[in-house]
Write a protein that binds this ligand. Structure first.
Ligand code: ACO
Length: 399
């Protein structure tokens, strides 16, 4: 018998590559990663510099159009996005058809797919004006949908977007404002959230971006493709890990189990338990984003005056794991999601909003890849091969 989990077979032009570990499905000029060196660059700019100096919308422009915007270009982009934040009132009613217990990621993907129904005559992937308009629409409306999914889950009324506010401040107000006129944005929270969103904006051919490209390669429009990307992101091995990390930390704290014992269970693979927020397909050295998030965690919690024992627990787990042969041999380090949850929690977001925050962060990358794919003359419909291992031909039994 053949172990297909480790077997790579070359038959003519077909190779078996579970998880696409060695197979490039495209070329791309958007993001560069060197997983061994821990390097991440957006359009050539190191993530450390981008995170320090840039804004979410500036990075979105960079990813979409290839270069940093001029001041006028950025102002115009920002203005266009502010003018598209409103959702159709009918779409707002769509939320009331869903249970308040719905996970915000399910609401986000369903409502994003539903956006398509409002713009069917303006969603031709081959029409550059449609593509541009729907890029703006998605950037403007996805945060509003995510905030409404949050509001619905806590039983509060939806606020209208306040377009006098910046992208991030508007999002914070939609989430945390109760009486619109009384809400004051906390600048510490605003800058910290902007930084986290920037760190998530692109990460080349991860599972959700590859999904967006695959769906888009069929000629599906941006709304359908992005909705599919949101679904791919939902899983705990991908974007859902930020929620899973906080659940894991809370479980350890509540069970009274020692961190050492938990790590032992991970190493023994008891019940398939993993150290969530650790390991990465590409980074076999420290994830450069995780370094920046870890710095932010201390800063933000200090500035907000929040003391969270889960942050100490996370640091203890990291310290034990990094000095353990199991993790060293497998080159498992904290990834971007290990510390994000602690920060989102300190900002007041419920755990189930963590992955929607990732989706808002990743949206510019998804859109940039969708557009790059459309403009690449080499693009073909994505269609992986398989190696058939089932029964040979046999006759249907006729009695
Ligand atoms: N905890 C314990 N062991 C782990 C972990 C982990 N977090 N991650 C990998 N391993 C082990 C595997 O069990 C395997 O061990 P083995 O050689 O004894 O069989 C070995 O390390 C290699 O792991 P793979 O699963 O082959 O690595 P892969 O590259 O396929 O998976 C992944 C990467 C999915 C991220 C994995 O590390 C994981 O599940 N991590 C936890 C979930 C997580 O944090 N996901 C977020 C990823 S980042 C992002 O999407 C933004």
């Amino acid at each position: 018998s053949v172990d297909f989990s480790t077997f790579t077979k070359q038959t003519g032009h077909t190779s078996l590559d579970y998880g696409f570990v060695n197979t490039a499905a495209t070329r791309s000029a958007i993001t560069y990663i060197d997983g061994d060196q821990g390097i991440l660059r957006y359009r050539g700019y190191p993530i450390e510099q981008i995170a320090k100096h840039s804004t979410y919308l500036e990075v979105a422009w960079l990813l979409l159009y290839g270069d940093l915007p001029s001041a006028d270009e950025l102002a115009d982009f920002d203005d266009r996005i502010r003018r598209h934040t409103l959702l159709h009132e009918d779409l707002k009613r769509f939320f009331s058809s869903l249970p308040h217990t719905a996970h915000p990621m399910s609401v986000l993907s369903a409502a994003t797919a539903a956006l398509s129904t409002y713009y069917e005559d303006q969603s031709d992937p081959n029409n550059p004006e449609h593509v541009e308009l729907n890029t703006i629409r998605l950037l403007a409306k996805l945060p509003v949908i995510a905030a409404y999914a949050h509001k619905k889950s806590v039983g509060q009324a939806f606020l209208y977007p306040d377009n006098s506010l910046s992208f991030v401040d508007n999002f914070l107000k939609l989430n945390f404002g109760v009486l619109a006129e009384q809400y004051q944005v906390n600048p510490v929270v605003s800058r910290a959230l902007e930084r986290l969103l920037i760190l998530h904006e692109d990460h080349e051919q991860n599972a959700s971006t590859s999904t967006v490209r695959l769906v888009g390669s069929t000629g599906a429009n941006q709304f359908s493709s992005i909705s599919a990307g949101i679904n791919a992101l939902y899983g705990p091995l991908h974007g859902g890990a930020n929620e899973a990390v906080l659940d894991m930390l809370a479980r350890i704290r509540d069970s009274g189990e020692s961190v050492e014992r938990f790590v032992e269970r991970v190493k023994n693979k008891e019940d398939g338990v993993k150290l969530m927020g650790f390991g990465h397909r590409v980074y076999k050295n420290y994830d450069p984003r995780a370094k920046l998030v870890k710095e932010s965690a201390d800063e933000v919690l200090n500035e907000l005056g929040v003391v969270d024992p889960l942050l100490d627990l996370a640091k203890e787990l990291e310290e034990i794991a990094l000095s353990d042969d199991y993790f060293r041999e497998r080159r498992l380090y904290p990834n971007v999601d290990f510390y994000t949850g602690v920060i989102y929690k300190a900002m007041g977001f419920p755990t189930r909003m963590f992955t929607p925050l990732f989706a808002i962060g990743r949206l510019p990358g998804w859109l940039a890849h969708w557009r790059e794919m459309q403009n690449d003359p080499q693009t073909k419909i994505g269609r992986p091969q398989q190696l058939y291992i089932g029964a040979g031909e046999r006759d249907y039994p006729v009695s």
